[in-house]
Design a protein around this ligand. Structure first.
Ligand SMILES: Nc1ncnc2c1ncn2[C@@H]1O[C@H](COP(=O)(O)OP(=O)(O)OP(=O)(O)O)[C@@H](O)[C@H]1O
Ligand SMILES: [Mg+2]
Length: 382
């Protein structure tokens, strides 16, 4: 017995239960073997997604469920003797391999400085996250909202869109990261009132002034978490002749790093491990909070400077609103100890960190997915 796919959906609804257990389904071997016959149904079942495709972390929001994945943007790839590549791990599992892989395995971060550095790997990563949301065996092609850095070029935007389409998306909407962050942080973006959001991620710091659902001014600099980690690696190498990896540097930043002195924490120290550059042997060393603050001062200054320039270029009426409401920060970098204190001190404005700094962008993109009118207003078309 052959049935039109739409009729089958209706019948399944009437009969109840899983379509696979349905007797009508079992009668038709064509439906078992012919996967393509399922496509109309699976389109129907696709779960719409919002993705924060970040340099450091990728987050996935599923309509009606909330955030279902928050994993590092890292992919581990195995190369065989003929050079053919195969993805062996994505996300948490792949990050654990960073800096520890043998010659035939690469742990790759496909996004650098906020943009796609490796398209093929980005596509594989997106495919992994889409499958995670929709189920491994599902051929459903969802609608996806993706947040992208505000200052990327149309060519880069197209690359993100095409990667998502090849990764399994049916329709792709791009929204600018600071806009998503502002929505996620609960700022009144649709009002005729200036709001300033500073999102410090892994690759970029984005400073934006938003009013009437539009970005009035935006400044994006490539000084954020990764540059802070790099500054720590370079400092330890120069000052202590010790070579450390990216993961150790990030750990030092999170445990010991700060942007502004705190008398209670100046003497806190931490033991770190690496390879001695003189003897070539593994070695341990103690570093203090005060010296790490010094080590990261250049990228931190670059972030502060980006905010100063944005404030200088904000139209006066909106600047007045920001004086009253202050600056709201988001992104993982906003959790660097005392960065809010430093920005408060240098801008002489009230500064606060969003309640959900690391998830604000994804939550904001998710809200746009839920509200079609808002999405139409803020999505960029390419
Ligand atoms: N407690 C902390 N202190 C300092 N930095 C932190 C802390 N927690 C996380 N970070 C840093 O935040 C960065 C990741 O932030 P986030 O997930 O917002 O970046 P992303 O969205 O992936 O990057 P981007 O927006 O630039 O593409 C990393 O550099 C991480 O080391
Ligand atoms: Mg981000």
């Amino acid at each position: 017995m052959r049935l039109d796919p739409v009729a089958r959906v209706l019948l399944t609804g009437i009969l109840g239960g899983s379509i696979r257990k349905n007797p009508i389904f079992l009668l038709s071997s064509k439906y078992v073997k012919g996967q393509c016959m399922f496509n109309p149904i699976l389109h129907f079942m696709a779960k719409d997604l919002a993705i924060d495709l970040g340099t450091a972390n990728t987050l996935v929001y599923v309509k009606g469920k909330g955030i279902i994945a928050d994993e590092p943007s890292v992919v581990a790839v195995h190369r065989d003797s003929r050079g053919a590549k195969k993805v062996i791990a994505v996300g948490n599992d792949a990050k654990n391999m960073l800096g520890k892989t043998p010659g035939n395995i690469d742990a790759i971060r496909p996004l650098r400085d906020g943009v796609i550095a490796d398209f093929e790997i980005t596509e594989a990563m997106l495919k992994y996250f889409i499958q995670k949301a929709n189920g491994r065996k599902s051929r459903a092609r969802p609608r996806i909202v993706i947040s992208v850095p505000s200052c990327i070029t149309p060519v880069e935007k197209r690359a993100v869109k095409e990667s998502a389409e090849s990764g399994g998306a049916k329709e792709v909407y791009l929204i600018e990261q600071p806009m998503a962050a502002a929505i996620g942080a609960g700022l009144p973006i649709t009002e005729p009132n200036g709001s300033m959001i500073v999102d410090i991620g892994g690759g970029t710091t984005e400073v934006a002034v938003i009013s009437l659902a539009g970005i009035v001014y935006c400044n994006s600099v490539k000084a954020a978490g990764d540059k802070i980690d790099l500054a720590i690696i370079q400092y330890i190498k120069r000052k202590h002749n010790l070579l450390i990896g990216e993961r150790t540097a990030e750990m030092i930043k999170i445990n010991l790093g700060s942007a502004y002195p705190d008398p209670d924490e100046e003497r806190i120290t931490m033991e770190i491990k690496g390879r001695d550059l003189v003897g070539g042997t593994p070695n341990t060393l103690e570093v203090s909070s005060a010296e790490i603050r010094q080590a990261i001062s250049d990228p931190v200054k670059a972030i502060v400077e980006a905010i100063r320039i944005a404030l200088e270029r904000t139209p006066p009426e909106l600047a007045g609103d920001i004086v009253d409401k202050g600056i709201v920060m988001s992104g993982g970098g906003a959790m660097l100890k005392n960065i809010d204190v430093l920005i408060k001190e240098t801008s002489r404005l009230p500064v606060s960190v969003a309640g959900n700094p690391t998830t604000a962008v994804c939550e904001g993109a998710g809200k746009a997915l839920d509200e079609v009118k808002l999405l139409r207003e803020i999505a960029s078309y390419i």
